[in-house]
Write a protein that binds this ligand. Structure first.
Ligand code: ZN
Ligand code: ZN
Ligand code: ZN
Length: 159
C-alpha cells in the first residue's frame, strides 16, 4: 500500500511539470525573468534580421538578453521582379504566350493569349466575262491564309 502511494506522488509530479494548468492549480507562479534589472542597466538587445524575399516577409526580431522584452517588426515581401523573356505572338494556328521570369528568384509566370480567329476579306481577283468564269480570293487579314471561289460566267440574259 505504501508503494502504491509513492507511485501516485511521482505521477502527480510528472503531471505538474507537464501541464501549465496544473501549475496554476498548485498556486505556483509561472516563472518570469526579473524585469527590474533592465530599469537600471537598460536592455541588452540582440537583433536578428531575416531579409524579406519575393514571396516571404522578412523580420527584425529584437530580444533582450536580460529580461523578457522582445519586439518583432515584419517587413513586407518584396514581390517578384518579372521580366518578359519569351514572347510568342498568337496566330490563327496557335496560342501566343509571354513567359516572364523573376530577376531575383526562379519564379516563372506564363500568360497565354487566345488563338486568333481567321478573318477573311474577299476580293475579286479575276473578273468573270461572258466566256470565262471569274475568281474571288478570300484572304485572312491575320495570317494571309487564302482560298479562292469561282464566280460564274456572266449571264447574257441579264444586262
Ligand atoms: Zn531588458
Ligand atoms: Zn521572385
Ligand atoms: Zn488567319
Amino acid at each position: 500500500m505504501k508503494k502504491f502511494k509513492s507511485l501516485l506522488i511521482i505521477l502527480t509530479m510528472i503531471f505538474t511539470v507537464l501541464s501549465p494548468a496544473a501549475v496554476m492549480a498548485n498556486n505556483q507562479e509561472p516563472v518570469i525573468k526579473d524585469v527590474t534589472i533592465c530599469e537600471k542597466l537598460g536592455h541588452d538587445l540582440i537583433v536578428i534580421t531575416i531579409r524579406p524575399t519575393c514571396e516571404d516577409v522578412g523580420r527584425i526580431a529584437t530580444t533582450c538578453l536580460r529580461c523578457d522584452y522582445e519586439d518583432m517588426i515584419i517587413i513586407a515581401a518584396l514581390g517578384h521582379d518579372l521580366i518578359n523573356e519569351v514572347i510568342i505572338e498568337p496566330t490563327c494556328e496557335r496560342y501566343g504566350s509571354i513567359t516572364a521570369n523573376c530577376s531575383c528568384c526562379d519564379y516563372e509566370e506564363e500568360t497565354i493569349f487566345l488563338k486568333l480567329e481567321h478573318y477573311f476579306k474577299s476580293k475579286i481577283t479575276v473578273p468573270p466575262t461572258f466566256e470565262t468564269e471569274g475568281v474571288k480570293t478570300h484572304t485572312c487579314i491575320h495570317c494571309n491564309e487564302s482560298y479562292t471561289t469561282v464566280i460564274p460566267k456572266l449571264d447574257p440574259a441579264i444586262k
